[in-house]
Design a protein around this ligand. Structure first.
Ligand code: PEP
Ligand code: MN
Length: 366
């Protein structure tokens, strides 16, 4: 579907980053106002707070409900900030519009459901309000595009996508793995659709928020959404990933907002492909090294049984000389090959030593 988008924030240059910050949830009027006052001094573009919270399990804090909309209106009146909240059904949309919410966002658990997205699209029909669409929790680009198309068909043209990472069942440092290729693909298909990185929900922790935000900026993302709370540890939702206004200030000061190096999405896509290939090679290298160490351990066992010393200088010199020659042919410097092989050799010795008993090793070294 052909779509032409208008800027989220009118009167601002299109290349100015869209900076959204605020608590995961509105908890009390005091908390909402305190956070907003601090953030208003930091030139953010939009203040966020969840009023209705989609929680994985009941009995968690499910948001303060419509009461919180008054607090957001208060923020708007006092600080002049634009305010934004999450909507998941018709009633949320109507209540938000009634209280003058400036921007709506659709959460990841709603984007997955075309019935809900259609319901929201029907509810905003005829209203010129910006809507931010988070990616669905599963890595399905079509579903993400589908939600954007439903809003567009309802006449909404101020749309941005929010990349908040994807649910992943496995070992990862992220709460939701970023899979950068997916938002990049979205941008390639819709170059004028702004994409905002929600580093908080990607990370689920504080220590990597800045790195993820920087990565998004390096990939020409158009903005950031970050959760900020006056007392993060005591937050009623997403405590682990929220930061104080002061920490937020520090993070934002450290991020390098690069001027887009190119509008050519093909360039970024190729770059991401190459990086992906490098990541895969690195993993393969680790697998190979681990395999090599297992072989060293087997040799260790064998040597122990036959009472042969670990270090056999002639064999080591042979390996090194051969590698330097082969490396040169493959474009690797002698220095590099020597450093790498020495490190590998040392690790092999350590592995061998661990299978032979310490006494034996010391005796052999002596
Ligand atoms: C949120 O922004 O607080 C939220 C619930 O996010 P998501 O829909 O990305 O889980
Ligand atoms: Mn949250």
């Amino acid at each position: 579907m052909e779509m032409t988008f208008r800027p989220i924030l009118e009167g601002k240059p299109a290349n100015e980053p869209i900076i959204i910050a605020g608590p995961c949830s509105a908890e009390t009027e005091a908390q909402v106002l305190l956070t907003a006052r601090e953030l208003a001094q930091q030139q953010i573009s939009i203040y966020r707070a969840g009023i209705w919270k989609p929680r994985t399990r009941p009995n968690s804090f499910e948001g303060v409900g419509a009461e919180g909309l008054k607090w957001l209106r208060h923020v708007k009146e006092e600080t002049g900030l634009k305010v934004c909240t999450e909507v998941a059904n018709t009633q949320h949309v109507f209540e938000s519009l009634k209280y003058g919410i400036d921007v709506l966002w659709i959460g990841a658990r709603t984007t997955v459901n075309p019935f809900s997205v259609q319901e929201i699209a029907d509810a905003v029909k005829g209203v010129d309000i910006p809507v931010l669409v988070k990616n669905p929790i599963n890595p399905d680009l079509k579903l993400w595009i589908g939600a954007i198309e439903r809003l567009y068909k309802a006449g909404i043209t101020r749309i941005a996508a929010i990349h908040r990472g994807f649910s992943y069942h496995g070992d990862t440092k992220y709460r939701n793995v970023p899979r950068w290729q997916i938002p990049i693909d979205l941008k390639r298909q819709f170059p004028d659709l702004p994409i905002i990185c929600d580093n908080s929900h990607i990370c689920g922790r504080r220590d990597i928020l800045q790195a993820v935000a920087q990565k998004a900026m390096d990939l020409n993302f158009n903005g950031l959404m970050t959760e900020v709370h006056p007392h993060p540890d005591e937050a009623w939702s997403d405590a682990e990933q929220q930061i104080t206004p002061a920490q937020y200030k520090e993070m934002m000061a450290r991020i390098v907002f690069r001027m887009p190096t190119t509008d050519d999405m093909e360039f970024l896509e190729n770059l991401e492909h190459l990086r992906h290939e490098i990541d895969e090679l690195d993993e393969e290298l680790l697998n190979l090294l681990s395999h090599r160490m297992k072989l060293a351990e087997r040799i260790g066992e064998y040597k122990k049984r036959n009472n042969i010393s670990i270090l056999q200088a002639s064999r080591w010199n042979e390996i090194l000389e051969r590698a330097v020659i082969k490396g040169r042919i493959k474009g690797l410097s002698e220095e590099f090959v020597t450093v790498v092989l020495k490190a590998i050799h040392q690790e092999s010795i350590n592995h061998q030593a661990s299978v032979m008993n310490r006494q034996d090793v010391d005796a052999m070294k002596g």
